[in-house]
Design a protein around this ligand. Structure first.
Ligand SMILES: Cc1cc2nc3c(=O)[nH]c(=O)nc-3n(C[C@H](O)[C@H](O)[C@H](O)COP(=O)(O)O)c2cc1C
Ligand SMILES: Nc1ncnc2c1ncn2[C@@H]1O[C@H](COP(=O)(O)OP(=O)(O)O)[C@@H](O)[C@H]1O
Length: 309
């Protein structure tokens, strides 16, 4: 997938294409429906903003992102989009009037089809609507396709709903709306070195991702992202929390990989959250904790076998 960091850089590359518009945080099943619709009309491409407009316009209220830009682009590429335009979003850009945004799409980029969700608005004060977009397209012989909200088990797929689920630790519910497990990438850093001594070494994952699941114990899949054995998957059990048994105060994300022995320090991992197993607890002794971790690992094996990981 080609990534253009401005409309000027895209030049004539998107002429006649079907362009899906949105922030696409999380690239959930609703977003995926937009790309599927685009594909029905012409070679598909996406137009998205970075930073997220909320971060620029209301930094204090801005949500934690499900996907940082590199992951968002990776997902868009995996869905078969030919190109994505990443429009840099600023307070200045936010003043773009609807007619100028329309000119960007249909005159500068020259796309033949635009695909949006039914609640799409654009331009300063969100004055542009699906109706004004349709008129602007019609005047140039282009078409607008509006995709109805996608629901899963009666829940409308939305980035804000996915964020809510993740923050509540409801990672299997998030998975249904994302169409894949929620994941985060991070580097393995050193911890207190206690894991090995209790029989469950854990990779401490230092992530840049803004959103993390609520504290608790999870069944996970882990993929090595860079270096040796890239792409290999391991099942695992993760703890997100402060390790109250040891009087910890800082929240860490640690992953015990099943059937793995080796050195992970300095490696990059992708951790996929499959299912929440239980809340984090304070145990009266290390023996009680390790007894419980054994049971967690067995529970994780069952989940992983069921999800076909
Ligand atoms: C599956 C799993 C579940 C865990 N559950 C808890 C827990 O409920 N309470 C707790 O205090 N620590 C829990 N831990 C964290 C362990 O205390 C931690 O892995 C161990 O102390 C090693 O820490 P270190 O990496 O800082 O050396 C869990 C770890 C794993 C892998
Ligand atoms: N099955 C495994 N799962 C996770 N890490 C493992 C595993 N086997 C070996 N390791 C290694 O052990 C390290 C964790 O050991 P641990 O004693 O918990 O130390 P630390 O507290 O520094 O993370 C990992 O970073 C990794 O290099």
């Amino acid at each position: 997938m080609k990534v253009f960091h401005s409309v000027a850089e895209a030049g004539r590359a998107l002429i006649g294409r079907a362009l899906a518009l949105g922030n696409f945080d999380g690239v959930h099943v609703g977003h995926q429906a937009l790309f599927a619709e685009a594909r029905r009309h012409a070679p598909p491409a996406a137009f998205t903003f970075n930073p997220h407009p909320g971060k620029v316009l209301q930094p204090d209220l801005a949500p934690k992102l499900i996907t940082l830009l590199p992951r968002r682009l990776e997902l868009l590429a995996s869905l078969g989009l030919e190109a994505t335009v990443v429009q840099s979003f600023s307070r200045d850009y936010a003043r773009t009037v609807p007619a100028d945004f329309e000119a960007t799409l249909f005159d500068a980029l020259g796309v033949a089809h635009v695909v949006v969700g039914s609640d799409f608005t654009y331009g300063a004060a969100r004055a542009g609507t699906v109706d004004t977009l349709r008129e602007a397209a019609g005047r140039r012989g282009a078409k607008v396709h509006v995709v109805a909200p996608v629901t899963v088990d009666g829940v409308v797929a939305s980035s804000s709903r996915v964020r809510e689920y993740i923050l509540e630790g409801r990672v299997s519910a998030a998975c249904r709306l994302l169409g894949r497990p929620f994941d985060l990438d991070g580097m393995v850093v050193a911890g207190a070195g206690r894991g090995r001594t209790i029989g469950f070494p854990t990779a401490n994952v230092d992530t840049q991702n803004e959103l993390r699941p609520a504290p608790g114990v999870y069944a996970i899949r882990v993929r090595l992202v860079g270096g040796e054995s890239v792409g290999t998957w391991y099942g695992g059990a993760a703890n997100i929390g402060i390790k109250p048994t040891f009087g910890g105060t800082e929240v860490t994300i640690e992953a015990h990989l099943l059937d793995f022995a080796g050195d992970l320090y300095g490696r990059e991992l992708r951790v996929e959250f499959l299912e929440r197993l239980r809340p984090e607890q304070r145990f009266g002794s290390v023996a009680e904790l390790t007894g419980q971790i054994k049971r967690d690992v067995e529970a994780a094996r069952t989940v992983i076998a069921r999800t076909g990981a």
